[in-house]
Design a protein around this ligand. Structure first.
Ligand code: MG
Length: 159
């Protein structure tokens, strides 16, 4: 059975994942309005993925005999800027999420819960992927310049 301290920390991460999902959904709506349907699509897929992380964490807590909770989720911004600014923010946010996952691992280590440490490694690896992917998109947008950004939009629409 999972210890309460760890259960609470995972529940906090569930909220963080749902907040991330909302952030990407807001970005998706924004980019759609700005005329970047491919980027809007990419961000909507990201919304689905973040919700998936929340579900996976909740499922794990329940399987370990704990209680998964849904709590208040803070508001997200709704105005973002240029495609470059949006994806710079995405990359920055993913680095922040990596820090949160690392802190969660620290709690699992402090609680000597090996199963949770093992479970969380999937999230640690996932964050390496997320950082790489989003950093690559930032670089792509930079290289593309103001006209080439539309090709990046088409590419991200293929996700
Ligand atoms: Mg996530």
């Amino acid at each position: 059975m999972i210890k309460e301290k760890l259960q609470d920390a995972i529940n906090e991460q569930i909220i963080a994942e749902m907040w991330s999902a909302n952030l990407y959904l807001a970005m998706s709506f924004f980019m759609d309005k700005e005329g970047y349907p491919g980027m809007a699509h990419w961000l909507k897929e990201q919304w689905i993925e973040e919700n998936g992380h929340a579900f996976k964490l909740a499922d794990y807590v329940i399987r370990r005999g704990g209680k998964a909770k849904v709590d208040k989720i803070d508001v997200v911004p709704n105005d973002f800027g240029t495609p470059l600014e949006v994806f710079e923010q995405v990359y920055k946010h993913e680095r922040r999420v990596s820090e949160l996952i690392d802190k969660l691992v620290d709690v699992a280590i402090a609680e000597k819960d090996k199963a949770t440490q093992d479970f969380l490694m999937e999230f640690v690896r996932e964050q390496v992927e997320e950082e790489t992917t989003t950093s690559n998109i930032v670089e792509m947008i930079k290289k593309a310049g103001s006209t080439g950004v539309f090709f990046v939009d088409v590419k991200l629409g293929e996700r």
